[in-house]
Write a protein that binds this ligand. Structure first.
Ligand SMILES: [Zn+2]
Length: 380
């Protein structure tokens, strides 16, 4: 099934829409008009850079691991501050790529259940579930808790080429990884005890070893490919996932939803870090990235599955979303009434894998614009 916007995407005709959209421009969707607008906006932006001070209050894009930790690399000054609390051996190992003598570390024979975290920044690195007795005299694991928590680089020291492993967040030297480990990975992560701090299962973890306290929001704004992509671009968004919700059919397929009688809307589930971006800012962005005045369609895509919707995870979200709609209406931001469905969320069903990260996989731009500079670029 080839939907019309797929053709548009393939032609790259809507690429220009990625530039500086506004509520006002979302009423005018004819490609030529939009292209002209985008070119005009682009020129204006180029001129403005000479006269306007740079916007400094936009949060930088952060990196999150699949297990929900903030793994954005720390600044050198922050690492130096954290390293001050280390004992001399931990400092030597983590900051100067040192190696502790075999059989001397305190975690070699540790058989307790729990997590092994970075001694510098607290990021969980390894679990007792992958620890094994390698007989080498160093704590050994066959996999990290999350591949995004441990980075690798070539170490050409000591006359041999080895793969050094580091904490992905603070860069602490941890040890090396070798290809002579047990199943299921065949890898042996060889650690220095001094680079790790062990937290036994059931004990209270420090805040630095906890995942981000995330929240979830749901938005339907036409084809989920583009909506998902733009939410993923927002600072503070941990994951954005395409799926279906607010209908009656359990576990719907894309084909069933396309046939139009499931009641589901193509929806994006957004998991976000509220300390970086607020729910209100996400809602503000959502109303800039699509046209909330279109009834059961968005651009070239028509059908109830393409309706505009904010599906709220909590009564607080519902109140905030309704407030945004009221304000946009009273401020006359759109020339036609906003028809966005604002209601409490029902069950979310993820779409098939080929729909996830579609824009990243294909390189095709879709019909939505990037609102984040506009939403986050002004002080709240
Ligand atoms: Zn670290």
């Amino acid at each position: 099934m080839n939907r019309p916007h797929k053709i548009l995407c393939a032609l790259g005709a809507t690429f220009a829409l990625l530039l500086l959209p506004s509520c006002e421009s979302s009423d005018a969707r004819a490609d030529d008009t939009v292209k002209q607008q985008a070119e005009s906006d682009s020129k204006a932006t180029q001129q403005d850079t000479h006269s306007m001070p740079p916007k400094t209050n936009i949060p930088s894009k952060r990196t999150y691991s699949k297990s929900g930790f903030d793994v954005t690399p720390l600044a050198k000054s922050d690492i130096a501050e954290l390293a001050k609390k280390l004992d001399p051996e931990a400092f030597r190992v983590t900051q100067s790529s040192g190696t502790e003598p075999a059989f001397c570390g305190n975690l070699v024979d540790n058989k307790k259940q729990g997590e092994y975290c970075c001694v510098v920044c607290g990021l969980p690195l390894f679990s007792s579930n992958s620890k094994f007795n390698s007989g080498t005299g160093w704590p050994s694991f066959f996999s990290p808790v999350d591949p995004a928590h441990v980075s690798e680089k070539v170490d050409g020291g000591h006359g041999m080429e080895r793969t050094e492993i580091n904490c992905a967040r603070c860069g602490a030297h941890l040890g090396h990884v070798f290809e002579d480990g047990p199943a299921p990975t065949g890898l042996r992560y060889c650690l220095n005890s001094a680079a790790l701090v062990f937290h036994e299962k059931g004990s209270t973890m420090p805040a630095s070893s906890e995942p981000v306290k995330s929240q979830t929001a749901y938005f339907a704004g036409g084809c989920f490919w583009g909506i998902e992509h733009i939410f993923q671009e927002a600072p503070g968004v941990i994951t954005a996932e395409s799926g279906f919700m607010q209908g009656t059919k359990e576990n719907p397929t894309y084909k069933e939803v396309c046939e139009g009688d499931t009641g589901h809307a193509e929806t994006v589930k957004v998991v976000f870090d509220p300390t970086v971006i607020t729910y209100r800012q996400l809602v503000d962005g959502f109303f800039l990235m699509h046209d909330p005045t279109e009834v059961n369609r968005q651009g070239p895509d028509a059908g109830t599955q393409y309706r505009s919707g904010v599906f709220c995870a909590t009564p607080e979200q519902l109140a905030q979303a309704k407030e945004v709609v009221s304000k946009l209406t009273s401020d006359k931001k759109f020339s036609r009434p906003i028809v966005t469905q604002v209601e409490l969320a029902k069950k979310f069903y993820p779409a098939e894998e080929y729909h996830q990260d579609y824009v990243d996989k294909t390189g095709r731009a879709c019909h939505v614009g990037n609102p984040w500079p506009q939403v986050l670029g002004v002080a709240k």
